[in-house]
Write a protein that binds this ligand. Structure first.
Ligand SMILES: Nc1ncnc2c1ncn2[C@@H]1O[C@H](COP(=O)(O)OP(=O)(O)OP(=O)(O)O)[C@@H](O)[C@H]1O
Ligand SMILES: [Mg+2]
Ligand SMILES: [Mg+2]
Length: 651
């Protein structure tokens, strides 16, 4: 027996240390589990939860109009003309209304059985209560049975019972107004453009609803008032998205299938896809109007139907090369929208980023496949153009692979890798990560903290060039940039090849100070201007090293910024005695354990994925200017204020 096993586990850790959080407390204590963080994305997710509930009411056939209103004080109101949240006393808790139970209890809702809603986005009974817990003020009004009821809450606590406020002879529905709690979300603010986009997409996804938008905040580009109704559904949405770009087929391929008719099941699938070779492809998928940015089984089924359909068509047309077409070829330049409605979807997590329902793949594939066959058989001009385009893509892909094979076998044999690269040992790319690390001292702890099989390090020693000002020849001469290119294996600019990428994730890891932010900004700008597809495919990340370490006895926790530190200090760490606070001046000050736990270990770290907001190219250019342009103070500020805390940085 090892000596360690004989040691007592100490007085600190016993039955008394196991806490059971009551009511909505867990939400305030661990918001990340319920809304994916406390950043700008999470803040906007608050609106998504309330809007989803109103949409569920519309999709179930009970509401036709939804109003989304952003107030001058950054409060948000969502109003629908549905059945209204029940206000009667709850059978299980006779002294509380159903309204109060719904808003103050996790896992309370009307969507578990399918009796009141057939295909809802809501399924956990958590959304509305989470928003309530994370709002410093919430007011819910319900017009039901010709009476108007209201109840107010603060941080999840009722400020009085649900009460009648008057008659409501010609009105019905629910209105929820909330103001996000600054203790949770810090200085993050709603962005009108993002909210408008969210509201508008709902109107595309369900043509039976009208969405009205109103904002008291003027960002200079978003209308203060608008109303959306799209009877043409996703086909209209796609036409709007790819308007003005040359497409392979004259019209997009779009359709809708009701599962009731086809499989005798509730639900439906609607889709639209066009191929625009000049631009990067995208796919936006939804399940029960909830966006699924990470895709899932519905997307898989959709692509399978298309790939099998075009291969079968090619076979019939005597084109042998059609058999080589893959989903990758299909997705290249493919601009696709897929919207599924099903009963009891299974999502990954409360923010519902990915659909996991296994059946959805088969349902969607079967439903779409017939339409693919009919479309190709009926429109031979489109079918021919698409087949030629896809065969070309497949050939290109195969040629590139062959080139790569011969290059490997050629005299040099080995790839030229930069001397200071600490490579990982895995031979396949899947699951590997490259950390681009600022400075040598940090590189030391990172070397000990890494997982040598999957995590590689590239320490930066010299200066990274300001890319925006530099001519492309000069770029290649910068030692740091050329090392990055060699380590990634992709080339840059017009010679960039995404499928040569040697790692799955590229993670920029710099100090949590002004210099670090500057280096991160330079690197991001470099990737943006020279390796843009790498960002679009979701390979670029920023590490989030903490600024503080808090210790109390054996407890050790980390805080990302001052706000989080203050919050943790106020809430306490759960132990006894003084809380010691140390501030990390840079990555180099962290020991290997600190660095591993907070920044490198995939199980415990936080990462920011860098993305480009596809909808607003104007904003993008502008932001790059702001990051890297003439005014250095400005570019630092952006990174420090926002970038470290947003999940999806809209560069
Ligand atoms: N606008 C609304 N109109 C009618 N009923 C509503 C409305 N909003 C919420 N509800 C009722 O409140 C319940 C709880 O909502 P909540 O958002 O907490 O959970 P959910 O929608 O069931 O599931 P999820 O946690 O996945 O969102 C719903 O199931 C529904 O019965
Ligand atoms: Mg909900
Ligand atoms: Mg609830």
């Amino acid at each position: 027996m090892a000596a360690d096993d004989l040691l007592s586990s100490g007085p600190e850790y016993g039955a008394h240390s196991i806490e059971v959080l009551e009511g909505l407390e867990p939400v305030r204590k661990r918001p990340g589990m319920y809304i994916g963080g406390t950043d700008e994305r999470a803040l906007h997710h608050m609106v998504a939860e309330i809007l989803d509930n109103a949409m569920d009411e519309a999709v179930a056939g009970h509401a036709t109009r939804i109003e989304v209103e952003l107030g001058a004080d950054h409060s948000v109101t969502i109003r629908d003309n549905g059945r209204g949240i029940p206000v009667e006393p709850h059978p299980k808790f006779p002294d509380r209304s159903a309204l109060e139970v719904i808003l103050c209890t996790l896992h309370a809702g009307g969507k578990f059985s399918g009796d009141s809603y057939a295909t809802s986005g809501g399924l956990h009974g958590v959304g509305a209560s989470v928003v309530n817990a994370l709002s410093d003020h919430m007011r819910v009004e319900v017009a039901r049975n010709r009476e108007l009821w209201a109840q107010e809450f603060s941080r999840g606590v009722p400020q009085g019972p649900a009460h009648k406020v008057g008659p409501a002879p010609n009105r019905r529905g629910t209105s929820v107004t909330f103001h996000a709690d600054a203790d949770i979300f810090g200085t993050h603010r709603f962005r009108p453009a993002r909210l408008l986009r969210m509201a508008r997409s709902k109107a595309y996804l369900f043509s039976g609803v009208e969405i009205r938008w109103k904002s008291a905040i003027d960002d200079g580009e978003t209308p203060l008032e608008a109303s959306f109704r799209f009877p043409g559904g996703l086909a209209d949405y796609l036409a709007e998205r790819i308007a003005g770009t040359a497409a392979v087929t004259e019209r997009p391929f779009a359709g809708k299938v009701s599962f009731t008719e086809k499989f005798n099941l509730p639900g439906s699938v609607e889709w639209a896809i066009g191929w625009a070779p000049a631009r990067d492809g995208f796919v936006q998928s939804y399940c029960n109007t909830v966006p699924t940015p990470e895709g899932g089984t519905h997307e898989a089924g959709f692509w399978a139907a298309l790939v099998k359909g075009i291969r079968a068509y090619g076979d019939l047309a005597g084109n042998r090369k059609a058999a080589q077409i893959t989903r990758e070829d299909m997705a290249a330049g493919g601009c696709a929208l897929v919207s599924l409605f099903i009963r009891e979807p299974e999502f990954v997590g409360q923010t519902k980023d990915r659909l996991a329902t296994a059946d959805a793949a088969r349902l969607v594939e079967n439903a779409v496949r017939d339409h693919v066959d009919n479309w190709l058989a009926g429109d031979t001009k489109a079918a021919g153009a698409l087949l030629d385009y896809l065969v070309l893509r497949a050939e290109e892909r195969l040629r590139r692979r062959a080139d790569k094979e011969t290059a490997r076998k050629s005299a040099t044999r080995r790839l030229r890798l930069p001397g200071k690269l600490v490579d990982c040992t895995a031979s396949a790319r899947a699951g590997t990560e490259l950390f681009i690390v600022e400075g040598d001292s940090a590189g030391g702890s990172a070397k000990m903290a890494r997982d040598r099989v999957t995590q590689a390090l590239l320490p930066l020693r010299g200066k990274v060039l300001n890319v925006l000002g530099a001519a492309s020849g000069k770029l290649g001469q910068n030692a740091e940039i050329s090392d990055i290119c060699q380590a990634l294996g992709t080339g840059m600019g017009s010679k960039f090849r995404l499928d040569e990428l040697r790692y799955d994730r590229i993670i920029i890891m710099t100090d949590a100070d002004v210099d670090g932010a500057h280096i991160a900004a330079l690197l991001m700008t470099f990737f943006f201007s020279q390796m843009r597809p790498l960002i679009d495919a979701g390979h670029l990340y920023l590490a989030c090293p903490p600024l503080y370490r808090l210790t109390q006895g054996a407890q050790r926790v980390y805080a990302l910024d001052d706000a989080e530190k203050d919050r943790l200090m106020a809430a306490g760490l759960g132990g006894k005695g003084r809380i010691d606070v140390s501030r990390f001046k840079g990555l180099g000050e962290m020991d290997a354990k600190d660095l591993k736990d907070t920044t490198m270990n995939p199980a415990t770290r936080r990462l920011i994925r860098v993305t480009v907001d596809d909808d607003s190219p104007g904003e993008t250019g502008d932001l790059v200017e702001r990051l890297m342009g003439k005014k250095p103070e400005m570019r630092f500020r952006y990174i420090q204020d926002n970038a470290r805390f947003v999940d999806e940085l809209d560069v």
